[in-house]
Design a protein. Structure first.
Length: 169
């Protein structure tokens, strides 16, 4: 039962991560390329908002990329010390997971507060496109929740001594 639940959560998160990152990066790439082509081909046509789009995509992909990094066990952590003293590997891995859980909880709490603050401020809009800023801040608590759940799944995998409880490597 637990394995099926973890596998369903993993598939759902993987779908959201891959497709949202693909769409965001594709939008940034097309926007930036179009701006460069327009600037080089014409002397007076430019997409004045392309830089803002690219900045927002970098913001988005950084935070969603954190969730993906947990799945692949690529999130930054202490790994030099366990190589020197293998007995410290499990305690330091547990410490690393606990720090990520605390960080995730902080992201949920502060991200939600910041989102609500931006939502209540009618003037909080992006500079050029005039998109409400809270659309971008909502990524923070969502990412925090996804990180928290993913970290719990990885902790269970570590506790059971399996590399990947979802059946995939």
């Amino acid at each position: 039962m637990l394995k099926k639940t973890f596998k369903a959560i993993d598939r759902g998160f993987l779908f959201v991560e891959e497709w949202s990152l693909f769409a965001a990066v594709a939008i940034a790439l097309v926007t930036a390329m179009a701006n460069v082509v327009l600037r080089k081909m014409t002397s007076d046509v430019s997409l004045y908002w392309s830089d803002e789009v690219v900045r927002k995509v970098i913001f988005f992909s950084t935070y969603i990329g954190c969730v993906a990094a947990i799945r692949s066990r690529s999130l930054i952590r202490i790994d030099a010390l366990p190589q020197l003293m293998p007995v410290l590997k499990k305690p330091l891995t547990l410490f690393s997971h606990l720090v990520v859980l605390v960080f995730s909880a902080v992201m949920i709490k502060l991200g939600w507060q910041m989102t609500m603050m931006m939502y209540q401020d009618e003037y909080a809009r992006t500079t050029t496109l005039q998109i409400p800023e809270w659309y971008f801040y909502i990524v923070l608590p969502i990412m925090g929740g996804m990180m928290f759940i993913r970290t719990l799944i990885v902790m269970v995998e570590d506790w059971r001594g399996k590399q990947d409880i979802t059946g995939e490597n």
